[in-house]
Design a protein around this ligand. Structure first.
Ligand code: HEC
Ligand code: HEC
Length: 337
């Protein structure tokens, strides 16, 4: 915390002065709608249908699979190996350290299985590419100590992350943090403002568009789905996502991010850097998964995420409505990383 504090002391002091002059020191907190964590961001995995014991077991699919722009061919068993996950595009990233590419048995699955070898991540986890190494190390410490949890307990991907962090050794964490911090986060999510969104089902641990292409009113939701479902199911690290966001959300999110909200919500760029590109140890938000950003803001607001650096976000999220969270996540995701 001291490192972060020293870094932020100037910026936060001036931000605090701004806040005090705009809102007045004794202003009561804004009344706002602070609802429950939305299922479109914390996607629950539906329970599997009970297996029919008399049904014949299908033969395992051993045909080699391929994804666009790759010479690699892999079977489904290889694609689902938590200790040797698919690396479809080995030229896309430096050689992975053992902990990233294989993990450590028992207990630590390869980071690259969930976060992908190039660190781009998926909506149910997080993009790690380009995060500051000091920030990654701090988050691992917060997961390990139990200070960082989810506002929705028992979601499988997050429980798996907590388990990885609980078992990870200090030196593994430093090596993995340096690897992911060295990667450039690439544009990966196309943000589309629309009154409607595809109807979805849960596929794996994310929303996927129904194959029949049917749509429904978007309401107050962000619907983030794979651009190419087949490639995403094969864990292709070059096939990104489309996020449908409500009309008008980008403009409102932009105002909040750049100028804050009448002194109650500090402008995000004060700490997250110009155009949300990150600043020192404070993480970048530009171009990142809006589902992930929404989860973090609910986690922080509920107090489930209460890591060593979370106090800097505390007053900000306390004054954010559900709409603010949606709008700012949509805007952040729409910016070029
Ligand atoms: C089984 C899947 C899985 C594996 C394996 C995994 N993670 Fe994660 N990780 C997640 C999920 C899910 C989240 C997002 C949690 C949330 O939404 O709050 C996450 C979040 C993170 C974050 C927080 C990112 C941020 O912006 O704050 C860090 C850091 C991280 N993981 C590091 C690692 C490292 C390092 C490894 C390997 C040692 C690893 N993870 C392995 C699933 C995984
Ligand atoms: C006073 C500085 C400060 C301001 C202003 C600020 N943040 Fe943060 N933010 C942080 C810090 C520090 C963290 C890391 C918190 C932690 O480790 O738990 C963070 C974390 C986050 C995260 C989680 C990132 C991740 O990768 O998990 C999100 C999302 C976020 N902030 C969004 C915002 C938004 C949106 C705004 C504006 C409405 C904002 N922040 C304003 C300092 C700030």
């Amino acid at each position: 915390m001291r490192h972060l504090m020293r870094f932020l002391v100037m910026g936060v002091a001036s931000v605090a002065a701004m806040t005090a002059s705009a809102a007045g020191p004794s202003e009561p907190p804004v009344p706002h709608n602070a609802g429950l964590p939305p299922a479109w961001a914390y996607v629950p995995i539906p329970p599997a249908a009970p297996a029919d014991p008399n049904a014949p077991k299908p033969a395992p699919d051993t045909t080699p699979k391929r994804v666009p722009h790759s010479d690699v061919a892999l079977t489904l068993a290889q694609i689902r190996d938590l200790h040797d996950p698919p690396d479809w595009h080995p030229d896309d990233h430096p050689p992975m350290p053992e902990i990233v590419g294989r993990g450590r048995k028992p207990g630590i699955f390869a980071c690259a299985y969930c976060h992908l070898p190039n660190g781009q991540g998926r909506p149910e986890n997080a993009g790690l590419a380009g995060l500051p190494a000091a920030y990654i190390v701090q988050q691992m410490a917060d997961f390990k100590s139990g200070a960082r949890k989810s506002a929705v307990p028992k979601l499988v991907p997050i429980m798996m992350m907590l388990n990885v962090a609980a078992n990870a050794h200090e030196d593994d964490i430093v090596v993995a943090a340096e690897y992911f911090a060295s990667l450039r986060f690439k544009p990966w999510i196309k943000v589309v403002e629309s009154d409607t969104a595809p109807k979805t089902r849960v596929g794996g641990a994310m929303l996927v568009a129904l194959e029949d292409g049917s749509r429904e009113p978007i309401g107050a939701r962000i619907i983030e789905v794979p651009e190419n479902l087949t490639a995403t199911e094969l864990r292709d690290s070059k096939s990104g996502f489309i996020a449908y966001v409500p009309k008008g959300s980008l403009k409102k999110g932009e105002a909040l991010a750049l100028t804050g909200n009448k002194g109650r919500v500090t402008a995000c760029v004060a700490c997250h850097g110009a155009d949300l590109q990150g600043l020192g140890p404070v993480p970048p938000l530009a171009g990142r998964s809006p589902s992930y950003i929404v989860r973090q803001l609910y986690d922080l607001r509920s107090g489930a995420r209460a890591g060593a650096w979370s106090p800097l976000m505390k007053n900000i999220v306390a004054a954010m409505s559900d709409d603010d969270i949606l709008n700012v996540a949509a805007y952040a995701a729409s910016r070029a990383p």
